[in-house]
Write a protein of this length. Structure first.
Length: 277
């Protein structure tokens, strides 16, 4: 009996020690806090449009309008309207000769999210001409021609990314071209030489150009674009002074043959550019 009691006491004691030890170890255990979730990384804003670019372009220059842009202005003792009006009536005409246009360009773009801002300059070789003619009842023709062999523009552009690789943009700025002026007639009434006096044969004409386009990134460095521009170089200062026959009308008299409409035209070009990043 005594042994049984003692055995029972030892078992109770062992159980108590075990329970105490378990709680003690649990109290002393170090629990690692759960790791904080990794911060979400925002996708970087693409800068595939930022940087310098160079390229080439080619297309056409044209003007579908056909204005009657001839004016006869009398000076001094020239017969006022009657004789000249009788001789010419409304027999005036003008035309515009279209041309291929092609050249090179350089520019720089800066991308801010979906907005792209930039500046560029280009030069195009072309051969457009505007011809104004008067036809008298003599009969005789009087024709003035303005020719443009090259065009330089310096422009700003602003665009919006329709997709990450497609940019729709508007552009505008300064245009410059050297316009050559010429005059010809078969009238015996015009005093030689040349005939008459041609004033300001060549003009350095400054004007403006505006337009729009769509550019697409084909690769990281190559892009293809289609661009439309309207260019206006103004009316210029060239004219021809006629001093023979009815154009003179007396000592000191003369008549100026003037083409006073603006020298303006449209261009549509395809552009290939290489972008440096």
């Amino acid at each position: 009996m005594g042994d049984t009691f003692q055995m029972r006491h030892l078992l109770i004691t062992a159980a108590a020690v075990s329970t105490f030890a378990t709680h003690a170890f649990a109290a002393d255990a170090i629990y690692e806090p759960a790791p904080a979730p990794a911060p979400m990384e925002m996708a970087p804003v693409s800068s595939g449009w930022t940087g310098l670019y160079v390229g080439v372009q080619g297309g056409g220059a044209f003007n579908p309008s056909d204005p009657d842009n001839v004016d006869l202005r009398t000076n001094g003792f020239a017969f006022g309207g009657s004789a000249i009006q009788t001789a010419f009536g409304s027999n005036f005409d003008s035309s515009f000769d279209s041309s291929f246009a092609g050249g090179a360009h350089i520019g720089y773009d800066y991308q801010m999210g979906s907005i792209v801002l930039g500046a560029l300059a280009d030069i195009n070789a072309l051969n457009v001409s505007q011809t104004a003619s008067g036809f008298s009842s003599t009969p005789a023709f009087y024709t003035a021609t303005r020719d443009l062999d090259y065009l330089v523009t310096a422009r700003l552009r602003a665009g919006y990314l329709v997709t990450p690789t497609a940019l729709a943009y508007a552009t505008g700025g300064l245009a410059y071209g050297k316009v050559d002026y010429g005059f010809s007639t078969n009238s015996p009434a015009v005093v030689a030489p040349n005939p008459g006096a041609i004033i300001n044969e060549d003009e350095d004409d400054f004007g403006y150009t505006i337009g729009a386009g769509m550019e697409v990134l084909v690769t990281d460095n190559l892009s293809f674009a289609g661009e439309y521009l309207y260019t206006n170089l103004g009316s210029g200062d060239s004219y021809t002074r006629l001093s023979g026959g009815p154009f003179g009308g007396g000592v000191g008299g003369s008549t100026d043959f003037v083409s006073d409409d603006d020298f303006d035209f449209h261009t549509v070009t395809a552009k290939l550019s290489y972008k440096f990043h």
